[in-house]
Ligand binder design. Structure first.
Ligand code: AMP
Length: 373
C-alpha cells in the first residue's frame, strides 16, 4: 500500500509484468516495421518510462520524438485536452507510431489523431501500454496494446496522481477509502450527541441522530413529527417501522459519505437487524458499536440540567426520564449481546471530562483502522 496526498493505492502490476507487456508490443511492432525506419512519438508526460523501455526492446533502426497533451487533473479526466508540445517536424512521408501510456475514454487519442490528420504521414499507428477497453468509446481502433486493464485509477511507471507517483516501478491502483460506520450506544444523557459532534469532524462522518431528526420534524410540523410526538412526549420509543424507514431515508441522502455515526439508533433488536440489512444492501457494514457507560443517577442530573438549558420537554421531568431509562433497560440493553456476538461491542467509561471520553473513543476507532488495513 502506498499513499499519495490523501489517497491510498494498492499494488496492481509488478515491474516484471509491465516489462513483459512492453516487450510484447516492441516485438509486434518490430515485426511489422523491420523494413522501414519508423518514428516513435511518445506522449508526455505519462509515456516516458514506457518509451524508454520500449526502445530498449526495439532492435531495428528508428527515431524518437515526443508530443505533450494534457487532460487529467487529479482523478478524473477533465475532457479538456491541451496541446503543450506539437508534432515533430520532418514527418512527411514517414511511418509514425504513437506510444501512449494509457488509453481510457479515448479523448486524448482523438486529439492526437486530429493533430496528425494535417500531416502527410505515410502511415499512422497507435500503440498503448495500457488499454481500458471497457470505457474506450473512440472510433479509432487501437493498433497495438500491452494489456487490457479494468476501469480503475492507476499510478506508477510514468502515470501520476497530481503529478506524483511517476517514479514508481510498479503500477498501483486506487484503494477505495475505508468507510467507518459507528453506532453510539448508551442511555439518554450518556453524551452520545456531544461525542458525535467531535467524531464527525475528526473522521468526516455523517452524524444521524434519530432524536434530532424527530425533533426537527416536530418543529416543522411534518407528518412524521406529528406521528412521533406523542411517543416522545411520554418518553416511549417511536414504533420501529416509522423509525427504520426514517433512518433509511437519512442514509440515502448521503451516498458519497465516508461513513456514518448512528446516534440513538438502533434502540431495539428489530432496529439493529434492520440496520444490518440496510448496510448489507448498500455493501456497507457497522464497524463498531461504542457504548458510553454511566450511572443512572449521574445521567438523571445531567438531563435535568440539559432540560433547563434546552427547554427539551422530555428532559424536564424525572418520571419521563426514568421511563426512558426503563425503555433502554428493557429494549435497548439487549442489543449489547447482539453486537457482542458480532465482536463489535466496545464499552467506554462515559464519566469524566468530555475530551477524556473523546480520547477513549478515538482509541477504539484507531484500533479498528489498524486491524482493517
Ligand atoms: P434522543 O434524542 O436520542 O434521546 O431521543 C429522544 C426520543 O426520540 C426518544 O425518547 C424516543 O421517543 C425517540 N427516538 C429516538 N430514536 C429512536 C429510535 N431509534 N427508536 C424509537 N424511538 C426513538
Amino acid at each position: 500500500m502506498i499513499q499519495l496526498y490523501d489517497k491510498r493505492f494498492k499494488l496492481f502490476l509488478k515491474e516484471e509484468e509491465i516489462l513483459a507487456a512492453v516487450k510484447k508490443i516492441a516485438e509486434e511492432i518490430a515485426e511489422d516495421y523491420k523494413n522501414q525506419v519508423p518514428i516513435f512519438v511518445g506522449v508526455l508526460n505519462g509515456a516516458f518510462m514506457f518509451v524508454s523501455d520500449f526502445l530498449k526492446h526495439y532492435p531495428y533502426p528508428c527515431e524518437v520524438s515526443f508530443v505533450k497533451l494534457s487532460s487529467y487533473r487529479g482523478l478524473t479526466s477533465t475532457g479538456i485536452v491541451e496541446t503543450l508540445l506539437d508534432v515533430p517536424d520532418n514527418i512527411e512521408g514517414r511511418s509514425v507510431i504513437i506510444l501512449e501510456d494509457i488509453i481510457d475514454t479515448g479523448r486524448t487519442l482523438q486529439e492526437l489523431v486530429h493533430l496528425f490528420n494535417h500531416t502527410n504521414v505515410k502511415d499512422f499507428k497507435i500503440a498503448s501500454l495500457f488499454y481500458k477497453s471497457e470505457i474506450y468509446n473512440g472510433e479509432y481502433a487501437i493498433d497495438y496494446f500491452g494489456m487490457e486493464i479494468p476501469n480503475s485509477f492507476i499510478v506508477g511507471y510514468g502515470l501520476d496522481y497530481k503529478e506524483q507517483g511517476r517514479n514508481l516501478r510498479n503500477v498501483y491502483e486506487l484503494y477505495p477509502d475505508q468507510m467507518i460506520n459507528l453506532v453510539l450506544f448508551g442511555k439518554p444523557g450518556a453524551g452520545k450527541g456531544t461525542q458525535a459532534e467531535f467524531l464527525k469532524e475528526e473522521y468526516s462522518l455523517i452524524h444521524i441522530s434519530t432524536g434530532d431528526v424527530f425533533r426537527y420534524n416536530i418543529k416543522n410540523k411534518t407528518k412524521l413529527g406529528q406521528l412521533a410526538q406523542s411517543y416522545m412526549d411520554k418518553g416511549d420509543l417511536v414504533p420501529d417501522e416509522v423509525t427504520i424507514k426514517m433512518l433509511r431515508d437519512e442514509v440515502e441522502k448521503h451516498p458519497d459519505s465516508k461513513g456514518f455515526i448512528f446516534d440513538g439508533f438502533p434502540r431495539t433488536v428489530a432496529q439493529a437487524q434492520a440496520l444490518d440489512n440496510l448496510m448489507e444492501s448498500k455493501e456497507m457494514k457497522i464497524n463498531a458499536t461504542i457504548a458510553l457507560d454511566a450511572d443512572e443517577e449521574i445521567l438523571l442530573e445531567r438531563l435535568i440540567n440539559r432540560g433547563k438549558e434546552s427547554g427539551r420537554p422530555d428532559d424536564q421531568n424525572a418520571d419521563r426520564i426514568r421511563n426512558r431509562f426503563e425503555e433502554y433497560n428493557t429494549k435497548t440493553a439487549p442489543l449489547q449481546s447482539y453486537y457482542e456476538s458480532q465482536s463489535k461491542f466496545h464499552s467506554i467509561d462515559g464519566v469524566g471530562a468530555i475530551e477524556e471520553i473523546t480520547e477513549r473513543i478515538k482509541g477504539v476507532i484507531e484500533g479498528l483502522r489498524l486491524v482493517e488495513q
